[in-house]
Design a protein around this ligand. Structure first.
Ligand SMILES: *[C@@H]1O[C@H](CO)[C@@H](O)[C@H](O)[C@H]1NC(C)=O
Ligand SMILES: *[C@@H]1O[C@H](CO)[C@@H](O)[C@H](O)[C@H]1NC(C)=O
Ligand SMILES: *[C@@H]1O[C@H](CO)[C@@H](O)[C@H](O)[C@H]1NC(C)=O
Length: 368
């Protein structure tokens, strides 16, 4: 494995009043007067910059897009105009021809045209084109997101309130909440998964309480299209019918996602976005090995990079850090288990990326 440089934690203090300008009350425990103070967020997000970011949110003075613009390497990697989600209106013959040349999750090679088009035709409303219910131009201030990975670093972290103080909270796979509220919080705005990782999580982590996929009125599901299964489950979820064919035949999507089957509840990552992430941010050496076809960024990496392309400020909790060996694989493990590096992901490369993005002030990585 690759040796990771150790980050001196004192240089990277968590913003002490990291809560939304839109939330009515600051999270308990934040200092009085914190609301008007910009010093702590400035210390992390850097000095005020005079020009606006790529995304025209002039009311967010500490948008990550400014830190991206200032960074010699990352300014060439990020394209914040890249479409993150795939919706029906983006479907063209040209897109079909181009995506048919790549295997999932990067494309549609070998997948049924009818299954793809019938799924995408259901994602035809404007809410399918964007992650947030409100168009970002209408939102005052910064959109602050927390992405919560399932890493053992969160066990005993007492970060729950800090996590919940963000405007949007992303969670993924075996996101166990019950019994871990103090450490991981309870808020959940987005749940990201592939059908495979979701069902594996329900099997593997039921003994620690992950017996159902998170549900809620305001919760949105982010499908990662890693297989035809994801398109079939998504289509069935919106139609409110059992999955008609394939590995998940007969599954009732409501058992996973609850009774509300409106299309606005379900988002689909664009295969071109996943390719862009692999090429620019996570171009692993594994791609040129016999594991090349198996390789894809981890679910956590896809969610964190999704947040980085849609939010103004991003905090990452429960993601791999240089001292990962101190912690168990997951925060909910009953016994300490080492993190295992499987050949389908490149967690060393991901760790380096989070470290570098943190150093660049583009995200804030929880470390201890
Ligand atoms: C960024 O992405 C958009 C949308 O795909 C594209 O039109 C534009 O050319 C890209 N910009 C750069 C600098 O690559
Ligand atoms: C989307 O497609 C569905 C099914 O074809 C249709 O009922 C609905 O009116 C369409 N919605 C929009 C916004 O076009
Ligand atoms: C979780 O943290 C507690 C102390 O905070 C520790 O006793 C326990 O061993 C940890 N669990 C794992 C799986 O590491």
């Amino acid at each position: 494995g690759e040796e990771l440089a150790f980050l001196r934690p004192e240089r990277f203090k968590a913003p002490s009043c990291f809560y939304s300008a839109r939330s009515a009350v600051p999270p308990s425990g934040s200092k009085p007067g914190c609301r008007n103070s910009t010093s702590s967020s400035q210390a992390f997000f850097g000095p005020k910059a005079s020009n606006s970011g790529t995304r025209k949110n002039l009311l967010c003075q500490h948008a990550l897009s400014l830190a991206v613009q200032r960074h010699p390497r990352f300014q060439n990697l990020f394209n914040l105009s890249t479409p993150v989600l795939l919706s029906g209106d983006l479907f063209t013959q040209q897109l079909w021809d181009s995506l048919s040349q790549h295997k999932a999750p990067y494309g549609w090679q070998g997948l049924s045209h009818q299954a793809i088009t019938s799924t995408l035709s259901l994602l035809n409303g404007s809410e399918s084109t964007r992650l947030f219910a409100v168009s970002r131009e209408l939102l005052p201030g910064c959109i602050r997101c927390a992405v919560v990975g399932n890493g053992g670093i969160l066990n005993g972290s007492r970060q729950g309130q800090n996590i919940d103080a963000h405007d949007y909270v992303f969670r993924l796979n075996g996101a166990v909440i019950k019994g871990f509220e103090n450490d991981v919080g309870t808020k959940i705005s987005f749940y990201g998964f592939t059908v495979n990782t979701m069902k594996n999580s329900l099997i593997s982590y039921s003994n620690v309480g992950f017996t159902s996929v998170p549900q809620g009125q305001h919760l949105r599901y982010i499908f990662i299209p890693s297989d035809i299964r994801d398109y079939l489950m998504l289509r069935s979820a919106i139609l409110g019918v059992p999955v008609p064919e394939g590995t998940d035949k007969g599954d009732r999507p409501q058992t996973y996602f609850g009774p509300d089957s409106s299309a606005s509840k379900f988002k689909l990552l664009h295969p071109d976005f996943i390719s862009y992430l692999r090429e620019r941010f996570l171009k692993s050496k594994l791609i040129n090995t016999k594991f090349g076809d198996l390789y894809m960024p981890s679910t956590g990496a896809l969610m964190l990079l999704t947040a980085l392309h849609t939010c103004d400020q991003v905090s990452a909790y429960g993601f791999i850090t240089s001292n990962y060996q101190k912690f168990s694989d997951h925060y909910f493990d009953r016994m300490k288990k080492p993190l295992i590096f499987y050949a389908n992901h490149d967690l060393s490369l991901e760790a380096t990326l989070w470290r570098d993005l943190h150093k660049a002030g583009i995200l804030w990585l929880y470390q201890r």
